[in-house]
Design a protein around this ligand. Structure first.
Ligand code: SAH
Ligand code: SF4
Length: 363
């Protein structure tokens, strides 16, 4: 990674206070600076008008204010908007702002949800996923994760109410940086968002699920299941060979024993792959035992991949089996389908245009 100034948005109050003390500055400056960054959302160090000019100059010499450079926005303000950000090393990362989302997680419909990325690319190579296609490049640091929320609020002029870690990458394989970012996002001096408004989505990293279960905050968890048996799941999710469904469900039992919030099981419906009604019956059994909600997502077409979504009739039949078994099941009508809102796709195109990575080969 090239040498680059640290971003102010990655600093905890302690780290900032330490730096200020070394500069001979009074302790109250830390609060003023954090206030400018996270509450007043200052666009530059010069805008921090209650700081002495020499301190502003020293800050600018030492830090970058933000870690993300806005590169592009797709979508209008009353629809799903996708922000593309350039990172200091020329890579890209994306966030998706969803204006009203009554279908998701039972939240009130006037709440705005931001879908946040946790890595550039992804190492887990799920066969249906655009983020997995190009492989893994690197983890995002805490300032790059928390910075997406700040940037989305600054660009939209709106407050983000809910966060879902469902963008590019596998959040639980970047757990330390993720938890540092969550500390910034939930703290009163930072974005002050309640932990129960945060949902981490994972493809099922069992040891990290157990670790997160022991974390004191009531963060929500969503599991990308996409198959109710090993035979079906491991065809499309290579990581299932390492952590099979029984082991995964065992970790989810432990999660339930420690957490109040109900789990969500995400299930993409792919024609002829995992949409058999037998899978629905097995899924229903597990979801009931786990008291989990199920989100059914008809597959979103990815350029270069040949999977298809099932007919609407098949999707409804799948959902009805769950409903009739007493499971809360949502058939999600994909928002933002038209602007490539499925994870990873915008970034993939942008980097391809600049020649950073090859276009995905057909497979
Ligand atoms: N790596 C984590 C976080 C990414 S979440 C995880 O897998 O859970 C991204 C979500 O979008 C996951 O549920 C993923 O399975 C889903 N997804 C990936 N490709 C998709 C596609 N083409 N259509 C619909 N959903 C997709
Ligand atoms: Fe990675 Fe999640 Fe995509 Fe799988 S679904 S490749 S874990 S981002």
């Amino acid at each position: 990674m090239p040498d680059v100034q640290p971003a102010l948005t990655g600093l905890t109050p302690d780290a900032l206070s330490e730096w200020l003390a070394a500069e001979g500055q009074p302790a109250f400056r830390a609060g003023q600076i954090l206030d400018w960054v996270w509450k007043k959302k200052a666009a530059s160090f010069e805008a921090m008008t209650n700081l002495p000019a020499p301190l502003r100059a020293k800050l600018a010499e030492t830090f970058r204010l933000h870690s993300l450079e806005h590169s592009q926005t797709q979508g209008a303000s009353d629809t799903t908007r996708k922000f593309l950000f350039k990172l200091h090393d020329g890579r890209y990362v994306e966030s998706v702002l969803i204006p009203a989302n009554p279908a998701l997680y039972g939240e009130k419909s006037d709440r705005r949800t931001l879908c946040v990325s946790s890595q550039v690319g992804c190492a887990y190579g799920c066969k249906f996923c655009a983020s997995g296609l190009a492989g893994f490049t690197r983890n995002l640091d805490a300032s790059e994760i928390a910075g997406q929320v700040l940037a989305a609020e600054m660009l939209s002029g709106e407050r983000v109410d809910n966060l879902v870690f469902m963008g590019m990458g596998e959040p639980l394989s970047n757990l330390d940086n993720l938890l540092d970012a969550i500390a910034i996002i939930t703290s009163p001096w930072g974005l002050h968002l309640g932990a129960r408004h945060l949902t981490i989505s994972t493809s099922g990293l069992v040891p990290q699920i157990r670790k997160l279960a022991a974390h004191p905050q009531q963060i929500r968890l969503a599991i990308s299941l996409h198959g109710a048996t090993d035979a079906v799941r491991q065809q499309i999710m290579p990581l299932n060979k390492k952590w099979g469904v029984d082991e995964l469900f065992g970790a989810l039992d432990d999660w339930n024993a420690r957490k109040k919030q109900h789990l969500t099981l995400e299930y993409i419906l792919i024609e002829g792959v995992n949409d058999d009604l037998d899978q629905a019956r097995i899924l229903a059994m597990h979801a009931r035992r786990l008291k989990a909600k199920v989100n059914l997502i008809p597959y979103n077409t990815v350029e270069g991949l040949e999977w298809k979504r099932p007919s609407e009739h098949q999707c409804r039949a799948f959902r009805d089996i769950l409903k009739n078994a007493g499971v809360t099941a949502m058939l999600r009508l994909e928002k933002g389908h038209d602007i490539d809102a499925a994870c990873g796709q915008l970034r993939l195109k942008q980097e391809t245009e600049e020649g950073i990575i090859e276009a995905p080969a057909k497979r």
